[in-house]
Ligand binder design. Structure first.
Ligand SMILES: *Cc1c(COP(=O)(O)O)cnc(C)c1O
Length: 224
């Protein structure tokens, strides 16, 4: 099977609103596929495993922006930080503190998103909207000098009930807006909402997404 990655990228880009970043989710795909996307102008790539991201980062040009989108274990943070551009999947204060400490160790400031759990599936990670609001209101984030919280990330339930998907995305956007109107009103860095995958990104964009994470619609099915 030969997929025209360039054509797929162009067709997806043509549907994205201005200001929406396309993260090409390249997990489990070989370097040749990433190079093809790179040659078509793609610079933001998403990976879900630390080792795979680090290996691909070493093999790809230095101007790639590597997004980490998988569940992150604290014992992998050190290996991730040198190459990562944005960590989408901060799902506990403990993890955030670990990232801050490791970032300070290498004298770096790391951009992160707080992952929300709004889907019906138990298997997905993240803060509930209430937990997230409490974390922000607690002021605990401001003591972390080496992380910059740039916004929120979420996944919707994997269902073809689009009304449910839309309701879940709306909850993310509602929380984002209430944080912007409240405790984060003077924080222009808090500006990103990462939501939307191959099957639901048009809905996510309608609900205010600024960053979509698209894999199979660009690269085809993953070979696990
Ligand atoms: C794999 C993955 C994606 C991409 O999913 P597709 O359905 O292939 O577009 C997006 N976000 C996260 C968190 C993922 O793990």
């Amino acid at each position: 099977m030969n997929i025209d990655i360039k054509a797929r990228l162009e067709s997806i880009r043509s549907t994205l609103a201005d200001g929406v970043t396309l993260v090409a989710v390249s997990k489990f795909h070989p370097l040749e596929a990433l190079r093809e996307a790179y040659d078509a102008g793609q610079r933001d790539f998403g990976e879900s495993r630390v080792q795979e991201l680090a290996a691909k980062a070493a093999a790809m040009p230095a101007d790639v922006r590597w997004h980490f989108i998988g569940h992150l274990q604290t014992n992998k943070v050190r290996q991730l930080l040198p190459s990562v551009y944005l960590i989408h999947s901060i799902d506990s204060l403990h993890l955030l503190q670990t990232v801050d400490r490791e970032a300070r160790r290498i004298d770096k400031t790391v951009d992160v998103l707080l992952q929300l759990h709004v889907a019906a599936e138990e298997t997905k990670f993240g803060f509930s909207p209430d937990e997230c609001a409490r974390l922000v209101e607690s002021g605990a984030l401001s003591s972390l000098a080496n992380v910059r919280v740039r916004g929120l990330m979420a996944m919707a339930t994997n269902t073809d009930n689009f009304a449910q998907v839309e309701a879940e995305f709306r909850r993310v956007c509602d929380l984002f807006n209430s944080l912007k109107a409240g405790p984060l009103y003077d924080n222009p860095e808090f500006s990103e909402i990462s939501m939307g995958m191959s099957d639901d990104y048009p809905i996510a964009i309608r609900c205010g997404s600024t960053m979509v994470r698209i894999g199979s619609s660009i690269f085809g099915e993953r070979q696990y």
